[in-house]
Design a protein around this ligand. Sequence first.
Ligand code: SF4
Length: 247
Amino acid sequence: MTTADPSALDAAEAARAALVEQVGAEVVGEHLDASPEEEGVVTHRFASREAGYPDWVWAVTVARAPGTDRVTIDEIVMLPGENAIIAPVWVPWRERIQPGDLSPGDLLPTDEDDPRLVPAYLAGDLDEWERAVVEELGLGRSRVLSLEGRELAAQRWYEGDQGPDSPMAQSAPGRCEGCGFLVRLAGPLSETFGVCANEFANDDGRVVTFNHGCGAHSEAQLRKKQLPPPLPDHVFDSLSVDDFEQF
Ligand code: SF4
């Protein structure tokens, strides 16, 4: 266990003097406490009056070498208190990015071992040479969606705004599967999803589930009471003279 060195503990004034010399008396407040760090080493804390740093404290570490009475200054730093405003923990850009964050020119490389993708032509990973051959021969994509990647996409689409539970789908007059604007897909996802091709629909150009729907459904009809009232017949005015007749 660390024992507090009495002379280092008593060195609050020496610590204050060193602190004032470094940062100026106007930003140094009262002595808060002193805590032992290790044998002969003690940190004295002082309140900070630095503008823009509420609840930060000055920490001055002093040490007394064995066999001497004199304490020396080890370190002067400013540390955040419990309620101090500090920067949030730094998160790498790769982990921070959210769907839709990419701007023109940004790059978001996919990891070699991304579980959403599998090699298209060979079992196992493609090395650099194999990838070059695939590209040179124009054989197409070297990786394609894995089963996991496909399931993740299907779940995301199904639970999203183009799925059956969105408010738009819930109040739609019909489902996409019966809509003339639905474009069919190929492949395994085609059993549940298609693409909306109605320029007036909110989901134009988006993948929609068959049981999604919207008010722009090709077979949607206005109810009788929603139709505009019929216009009255034209009237032939034979009494007044209009502008055109004056020429
Ligand atoms: S117009 Fe509406 S109902 Fe038709 S495919 Fe698009 S989203 Fe589905």
